[in-house]
Design a protein around this ligand. Sequence first.
Ligand SMILES: CC(C)(COP(=O)(O)OP(=O)(O)OC[C@H]1O[C@@H](n2cnc3c(N)ncnc32)[C@H](O)[C@@H]1OP(=O)(O)O)[C@@H](O)C(=O)NCCC(=O)NCCS
Length: 304
Amino acid sequence: MKNHRIPEQPAVTLSGHRDACATTRGGSADTGAAIGVAPGWVRIVPYDDRWPTLFDAEAARLRLHLGSLARGIEHIGSTAYWTSRPRFRDRLRADRRLADAYAHLKRALAATFASDGLRYTDRKDAFVAAALGRPALTFTFKPLAPEHLPMLHEWLHRPHVRQWWREPSTIAELEREYVLPSADSSTHAYIAMRDDSPVGFIQSYVVMGSGGGWWTNETDPGARGIDQFLANASDLGHGIGRAMIRAFVDRLFVDPRVTVVQTDPAPGNERAIRSYHGAGFAIVGGIDTPDGPATLMRIERGIR
Ligand SMILES: CC(C)(COP(=O)(O)OP(=O)(O)OC[C@H]1O[C@@H](n2cnc3c(N)ncnc32)[C@H](O)[C@@H]1OP(=O)(O)O)[C@@H](O)C(=O)NCCC(=O)NCCS
């Protein structure tokens, strides 16, 4: 959201978060074993019975460092993956050849993209989409124009959008905010098109100098923020948002001045947080914004 911006004081800094992870990656004194690999790296290993215990120890350490800043600690990995993809899991169980092909692909991708987790995930997701008979996802972004405003206005009133978006504006307000010469020129709003159909709204803004009490600590002119939603409730949870966001972030990084892209879902918006994580964003931490608590997530140039 355009006025959905800035942490007065990020509660957890990016470097602080990385320090906590680095300690664990190096192996922990209390368990003698480690969970996870460096961000962006991929390693395929057989299931290890110690993983749940290691996760508990990891979560305990994070809680110790983060205290009340941690509003929740979740494992995002193969267990979460299978819980969220029961249809694909069932397809693999029913089709041995597909399961073998998937295992082979994962090993090959891990060898090719060992240090590029996002490309690894992209290719893996493409296999899953094809196995489930879903078409490949490609997006274009149409700059928001006056003729889009009635549609955008109607979208903003849909319950699944209202749940996580600011109060819907009137068409006149949307016009002032996005279209008239008085509109903030550092914000760029788009209708996301999948093939020829409008499927969502997405906007980018320059983080530094946002005003209104938002992001007052940001000193990097290359930082951009994004806000987005899918228009149709029936599209939620099928990987469309993640693909849309990846495509939009790629587009932002075409501009060599852009160093980092951030987004700030509400801490309870688990679907959004997981989607952004899948799109390559890492959680920086919980923050307090003029709109209330948020989870700051960022992706740096070069990671994507
Ligand atoms: C946020 C949004 C753009 C994400 O797009 P999406 O296509 O729905 O999300 P994706 O399918 O890419 O990813 C959703 C993830 O959450 C999981 N998920 C789906 N429904 C969920 C739910 N009700 N609760 C928790 N997780 C859920 C999915 O399994 C998936 O996780 P996985 O990758 O680990 O399998 C879209 O959900 C949306 O527009 N929501 C309504 C408005 C909104 O919240 N906007 C964001 C404001 S910051």
